[in-house]
Design a protein around this ligand. Structure first.
Ligand code: AMP
Length: 378
């Protein structure tokens, strides 16, 4: 049996954004210490961690020194190079493991993993040159989306192609590098399922989260316990986390087709923006679940305490000056979360609001109302 990493121990987090921050807050609540490692200073995670190490992911000596001082390593950012995770693994368990990271940080490997294990994905081709992109587009026929294989998220490194004339520009815009071209899916809506998997193989999911995007960035999420595809989508997420052998938390994003079909869009081997509402709405948050899983503790109950919805706060909200925080805080059962970022750039995730209510619909109305009140009149 693997011995659990008990409270009082130190967790190392690779990456230093808001996911690491909320993980560190959960870890501290249970009496753990947290060290964070990234190339940046004064980061969302570093502000609440015990130790913030600022060094390049390629500096493997610093990575080993970091891993030597912690009891287990996890990450909040899957684009940490594979070599970094491997260097850390020489000195401490890394959970989820480097192989999971390697599958999920590259769209070509991720799609191949999904397809070879029989999970449904949008039809796609792999392209390594603009010529291959062109051939792929003609094979798929019609509207398609090119996505860079690595470092592509929130619509970055992606381009829609609707005619042959757009292919060269699309290839340039995604950085002229290995990509997948997938058929555009005229989905009805998007959902995600977040699952935790423990060292002992136990699995728990947080049910269906229904997501709306703006400019390819998550705009809001609402819990949907009555979703007709609940059993099918959660079942598939359990099978995926098992097939990956992941220890930690995994988010599976799906497209729901108008016919009721389900397609897996993307995997994230860590807590996810769509699960932020679990902090205020569930017995165990997705961050505490990650902590329990990577420490070898029993998984916590994912039972929702109350219907909830979450609205993201992007840097655009600062366009007319500091948002009106007191106005948002005045909305009943609205909970404000800010990530400690000093520069509110457009499209940058600065925080979120979770609202609770008697029904999911009311919770969403409250979250959107609270966010609307933040805008100061010019
Ligand atoms: P991704 O980074 O792959 O999750 O893409 C971000 C968002 O872009 C998705 O959540 C969808 O809203 C949209 N999108 C991505 N791929 C497709 C597709 N093949 N068809 C339609 N919309 C897509």
């Amino acid at each position: 049996m693997i011995r659990p990493v008990l409270p009082g121990s130190t967790i190392g987090v690779l990456g230093s954004g808001q996911l690491g921050r909320m993980f560190a807050i959960a870890a501290r609540r249970l009496g753990y210490r947290v060290h964070t490692y990234s190339p940046e200073y004064d980061t969302p995670t570093g502000q609440v961690a015990d130790v913030e190490v600022t060094a390049s992911y390629d500096d493997l000596d610093r990575v080993r020194e970091f891993a030597r001082r912690v009891d287990v390593v996890t990450f909040e950012f899957e684009n940490v190079p594979f070599e970094t995770a491997a260097a850390a693994a020489e000195l401490a368990p890394v959970r989820p493991g480097g192989e999971v990271l390697s599958v999920c940080q590259n769209r070509v490997r991720e799609k191949a993993f999904l397809r070879s294990n029989g999970f449904p994905v949008a039809e796609y081709r792999v392209a390594r040159s603009s010529g291959e992109l062109s051939a792929s587009w003609h094979e798929l026929g019609g509207l398609a989306v090119a996505k860079r294989a690595g470092f592509s998220y929130d619509g970055k490194g992606q381009a829609r192609i609707s005619s042959a004339e757009e292919i060269d520009e699309a290839w340039r815009s995604i950085g002229a590098q290995e990509a997948v071209l997938e058929r555009f899916i005229p989905f009805d809506h998007e959902i995600s399922v977040i699952v935790g998997r423990g060292v002992d193989g136990s699995i728990a999911d947080f049910g269906i989260l229904r997501n709306a995007h703006e400019r390819h960035i998550l705009d809001y999420t609402v819990c949907d316990p009555e979703h007709p595809l609940r059993a099918k989508a959660t079942g598939m997420a359990h099978e995926i986390v098992e097939a990956l052998g992941l220890v930690g938390v995994l988010c599976v994003e799906f497209f729901v087709e108008p016919s009721g079909g389900l397609l897996v869009n993307e995997l994230a081997p860590r807590p996810h923006n769509s699960g932020h509402l679990t902090v205020d709405a569930c017995v165990t948050s997705q961050f505490e679940q990650q902590l329990r899983a990577v420490c070898g503790l029993p998984l916590g109950s994912t039972r929702p305490l109350r219907p909830a919805a979450m609205a993201n706060l992007l840097g655009d909200l600062w366009a007319e000056g500091e948002p009106d925080w007191p106005a948002a805080c005045a909305v009943p059962e609205a909970k404000l979360h800010l990530y400690g970022k000093s520069e509110p750039r457009p499209g940058r995730k600065m925080g979120h609001i979770t609202a609770l209510a008697d029904s999911a619909g009311e919770a969403l109305a409250r979250a959107l109302e609270a966010r609307g009140k933040l805008r100061v009149e010019s």
